[in-house]
Each structure stands twice: as C-alpha cells, then as structure tokens.
Design a protein around this ligand. Structure first.
Ligand code: BES
Ligand code: ZN
Ligand code: ZN
Length: 489
C-alpha cells in the first residue's frame, strides 16, 4: 500500500473512492460534510459509512470521542478501526482529511499516530488459509495543511518500518506450534539479521554447557527440540553504556512435567512474546539506524515434556553460585531468564531490561491492557512514561523484600515457585532479582497479560499484539538521546 502526504490544493480527494473524515465531540464539523453529525458518530472508534449517490464519492466518518483527553493512542485506535472497515468494504483508494483540533499533537505526530494505527489495524495472519484475505486498498492520501507535504514523507517511511517491526513480532508469535520450534526460531532470527549491522552468536548444546547455562539445559532437556540462547549485538555507538534486552522465547509452554491441562492449549504458543518484542525492537532500531549500544539475548526452549524431562525437586546450579530447586516445571521462564541475565552481566551490560510472558498472576493484578514492570526506579519510570505515549503501557509493581522468604527451599538456595498462592508475579520478579548484581540497573517486564488480544480492538487484531516492540525501541532511542547521541525522537 502506498501512503502519500498531499496538500489540500493538490485536489487528490476528487480522485479517490472514499474520503475519511475524523469527527470529534465538541469540535467543528469538518468542512466537507454537508449534514448534521449524530452524537453516536463521534464516539471513539465509531465508523460510519455514508454512501454517495451514483457518480458521487463515498464518505467515512471516524469517531475520535471528546476533545478532552484526546491523545495519540485514541487516534491510533480509531485508525485501526477505520483500516479494518475500509478492508471490509473493499475500497482501493482513500483520502484522509486530517482537520481536527488537537492541541497536544502537531500535524506530524498526528499523521504518525494515524499511519501506525492504520497499518497495525489491517494486519492479518492468514498465510495458512487457502484463500487469504485480499487487501483491497492500494493508495492512501493524507491531506495536509503543509505547503511542502514531501517533508513529511520521511516520517511516513519511518512509521511504516515501525509498524512492520511490530507486525514481524506478531507474525512470529502467531505461528502455530508445529512450525515455531526452537530450531525454526533460531533460523528465522539468523535469516532476519543476516547481512545487517548485527553480530550474531548462537549458543546450543556444548556452548550452553560451557557457560553453565543450566536453566536452559534443564528446561529443554525433555523436549525433542534443543534449547538455545541467541546473542545479537548492535553497537553503532560503543561509547554508550551497554544495554541488554533479554526476551523469554518459550516456543510452547506445555508446563513441562507439571503439565498444563485445558480444552484448548493453543495459547501456549504465545509464550515467546518477550523474544518477539526484543527481535522486533532490534529490527526497528536497525532499520531506523538509531544510535545504540545494545545486546539482545533471546532465551529459547520448548517446555513440552518427553520421558527425560525435568522433574520437580531437581536442583539447578547457576554459575553465580545459586542453586534452585524446581518446585514446579511450569515456572520455567524464570529458570531460563536467569541464564540470560547472568550472561548479560558477563558481557558487561550496565543496564538490563528483560521482558517475558512470565506469570498468569500479572493479569489478575493489572487486567489485560497494562503490563507490569519491576526494578530500578530510573528505568521503570522511564518505561512507564514511554508506554503512556506510545501505547505499550506498563505499570510499576513492587519488589517486596520480605516476600523473598516465600522462595525458600529446604535443599537449595531458592525455589522456583512461591509458597504463597498470592502475588505470583511479584515472586517471579524477586526470583529474577537474585540474578542481578549490585551495580547493574535492571527492569523486568511481565507481559503475560498483554501478549495477545482475544478479538479485534482498535489497532490490535485477534491474536498476538506485538506488545513491547515500541516500548523497547523507544526506550533505547530515548536512552541514546540522553547520552547526547542524535535521534529523531
Ligand atoms: N508462560 C506462563 C505464564 C503465562 C500464563 C503466560 C498465562 C500467558 C498466559 C508461565 O511459564 C507459567 O506457566 N507460569 C505459572 C507459574 C506458576 C507455576 C508458579 C503461572 O503463572 O501459572
Ligand atoms: Zn510455564
Ligand atoms: Zn512460560
């Protein structure tokens, strides 16, 4: 699909099949509309199609809600709804009249939000369908007040890249379990970054043993597919402090010997949402040529038990000296993340952000729209602020020191499950903290509750959300700019 910014005077609106008008409660009716708006038409995300008489253009109203509280996220969501409606109706060319009064968004940010929401909202994952859904739309014109609309095209290109990196994360996360095995994930990562400005190293089998990555080896030992750790280095600015992005890549979480039960366990394939977030963020940083000094560590395993699978009561020894007794093989994410956290410090990371679909408990605490974040306040506050702006929302959660005692084991230094039925997400964060050295800044994001959407909603589509790509990428760019490296942010 081609997206072009044009000036009103270019009169392209006359050539398209349908014109989109953004309508807001309490705002003036757009100049091109010759009828009264009904209150329902302006509610956020509401789509109304007004069919023109023969020979006349069709029009679509896109509701943005009230002027109060209007922000980029509301616009992204409305754009996602509009994109799907355009797809359903089968239009090939649209023009968007972007004339609304939004005090807190300049024209560039406004268009950026619109394009991002639009592209994400029309996402489909139908590569396995005999007749994939056809995308009808070929051209979108954005009508600008700007006399030199070409100046906005760089922003459009960057936004397209951003959306593509998020959709890449969705694609990989959506892949069915018979395709997305550890080996396949490794291959895909190698292929994605081949020939680009990234150093790639894969640790498997003996290499994992050599570095004492015993969490990965233990979790993966019962599966037909061997575990791996991927290390990707993107360092165009090596003088910046090294930041490690750590992602949980459990290609299928069947629970191990503590096997999960249920009518449909298909969602266990989304347990690689953290890995996908890290890959997508790195992909975007590269395409954007952002200044950074980043190492991405993706811990990959398959928690599907065979006869040789990890047994409860087993004790894992980590290279920092800690021993962990496995109380429950379904609390496997923390076991493999521990290896990656230690490895990040081995590589000299001064700051680490890990992101994982770690606990069901986080959804009980926060619901399904906002992920949880723990760790050093300097990181968590920044992540929270960035997420409020870019849509990947996180909320700070406490590291309750006293609760460390809940991770006590009779035989080892730690148990991988808490003895309490409450606060499981906090216990998991406390577990991870045990693997962080004193001088390292660290944040942990539990995105088990935001990895997937159950239905189309705004720019989310049913299935994987791609949560975390924007959050991590914007965090890296923000960090680089704080250290005086140029960025477009
Ligand atoms: N990957 C799951 C967490 C999860 C649950 C992600 C639901 C997405 C949706 C994790 O490995 C897990 O199984 N956690 C257990 C931990 C428990 C055994 C202490 C959980 O949350 O139930
Ligand atoms: Zn699990
Ligand atoms: Zn898991």
């Amino acid at each position: 699909m081609n997206i072009t910014v044009v000036n009103r005077e270019d009169r392209v609106a006359d050539e398209v099949e349908i014109i989109l008008y953004l309508v807001m409660e309490g705002d003036a009716t757009p100049s091109g509309l010759d009828f009264e708006l009904r209150p329902a038409m302006v509610s956020a995300g509401k789509i109304t199609v007004v069919y023109g008489a023969r020979g006349k253009q069709h029009r679509m109203l896109v509701g943005l809600g009230s002027v109060a509280g209007f922000d980029a996220e509301r616009l992204r969501r409305a754009a996602g709804c509009a994109a799907r409606a355009i797809g359903t109706e089968g239009y090939r060319s649209v023009a968007v009249a972007l004339e609304v009064s939004a005090d807190n968004l300049n024209e560039e940010s406004f268009m950026e939000a619109w394009v991002e929401g639009w592209l994400l909202g029309r996402y489909t994952f139908d590569k396995y369908k005999q007749t994939p859904q056809q995308q009808s739309i070929e051209r979108m014109f954005l009508i600008s007040e700007n006399k030199e609309p070409q100046s906005l095209n760089r922003m459009i290109a960057r936004t397209v890249h951003r959306a593509e990196s998020i959709m890449l994360a969705r694609d990989w996360c959506n892949e069915p379990a018979n395709v997305m095995t550890p080996g396949y994930l490794v291959e895909q990562v190698e292929r994605l970054f081949a020939g680009r400005n990234v150093g790639t190293r894969i640790y498997r089998g003996e290499e994992l043993e050599q570095f004492g990555m015993n969490g990965l080896l233990a979790v993966g030992q019962g599966s037909r597919h061997q575990p791996a750790l991927i290390e990707l280095t993107y360092s165009p600015n090596p003088s910046l402090p090294l930041l490690a992005l750590v992602g949980k890549g459990m290609t299928f979480d069947m629970g191990g010997m503590n096997v999960k039960t249920g009518r449909d366990l298909s969602e266990a394939r989304f347990d690689m949402g953290g890995a996908c977030a890290v890959v997508g963020a790195l992909d975007f940083l590269l395409r954007n040529e952002s200044p950074a000094n980043v190492v991405a560590l993706i811990a990959i395993a398959d928690n599907v038990p065979g006869a040789g699978a990890l047994l409860p009561s087993s004790i894992i020894r980590y290279p920092n000296g800690l021993t962990v007794q496995v109380g429950n093989t379904d609390a496997e994410g923390r076991l493999i993340l521990a290896d990656a956290l230690l490895h990040a410090q081995r590589l000299g990371a001064e700051e680490i952000i890990d992101i994982a679909t770690l606990t069901g408990s986080i959804g009980h605490a926060l619901g399904l729209r906002v992920a949880g974040v723990w760790g050093h306040r300097s990181c968590t506050e920044k992540l929270q602020g960035i997420g409020e702006r870019n849509g990947d929302r996180v909320w700070p959660m406490p590291l309750v020191d006293d609760d460390e005692s809940l991770l006590r084991s009779e035989y080892a230094d730690l148990n991988n499950i808490s003895s309490s039925a409450y606060g499981g997400a906090v216990a998991a964060a406390l577990f991870l903290r045990k693997f962080i050295g004193g001088s390292v800044r660290w944040a942990h994001i539990d995105m088990a509750n935001t990895v997937q959407a159950s239905a189309h909603r705004g720019y989310e589509t049913a299935g994987a959300t791609g949560f975390g790509v924007r959050l991590l990428a914007d965090y890296v760019m923000h960090n680089s700019s704080l250290h005086g490296e140029g960025t477009d942010l």
